[in-house]
Design a protein around this ligand. Sequence first.
Ligand code: SAM
Length: 271
Amino acid sequence: MSSTRRPLKSLGQNFLVDNNIIDKIIHAADIGPHDCVLEIGPGRGALTEHLVRSAGRLVLIEFDHALAAVLKERYADRTQVMVIDADILTVDLKGILGETGGKWKVVANLPYNISTEVLFRLLEVRGRLARMVLMLQKEVGDRLAAAPDCSNYGVTTVLLGLWFDMRREFIVHPGCFHPRPKVDSAVLSFVPLAAPREPVGDETVFRRVVKGSFAMRRKTLVNCLKAAELVPFEDLRGILSECSIDGQRRGETLSMAEFAALSRRFSIDTK
Ligand code: SAM
């Protein structure tokens, strides 16, 4: 499928043009005739052409109206394909994935400018997902796979890591796209866990603890959590010591288990 219009930088349009990489992504997604598949940003259809041959149900969400129109026309006679001309960040994802009782596979070469926001949207609907195979900027992939106390370790590592097993499948070089992006990319697979990796109490509290702990990387944990205003400051040191966590540490040194312990403890006080 081609479009004569120049790719739009504003929509992160770096189209895949390397057949070997396309095959590897399709292989990693492991789509069968019973699978419901959501493709985010199908663009000119590099991956879609393969997905349409194997998926039982295929939903395509594309924000470029011209490309969405081409896809609609192209797949007009395929009853299993639905093209939605919409923004993945605002579309009713719960409604779309609630269409069937089964779980969905998500496949995407994501627009890099919004990839982290898309990951958080997908996190919200994790209960409807069976597997995701996503192309991301390599740097974003590195963050997801980072260990505590590394510069890449951050909010996305912990919030996504609570609910997904993530694995880097392979690296993709800029020459595999048109136009070439400035940086390397990585394809990652995500498998949702049936239960969170650690019990966290109230998940809203967990998000506040994690975001607060990373908000000021140069400050100590106790100062970050003071600014997050989860509990009165006079209670903070006692809670940290109950959880055996030194408040003088930096937030980025905490493990998932330590964030979870803090969250469980704060959840009691914020009820
Ligand atoms: N899947 C195609 C490929 O691999 O060649 C295109 C991938 S390109 C990196 C990203 C695609 O996402 C583009 O088609 C772009 O128009 C689309 N896109 C950008 N922002 C979007 C948004 N907010 N919602 C849905 N699609 C979006």
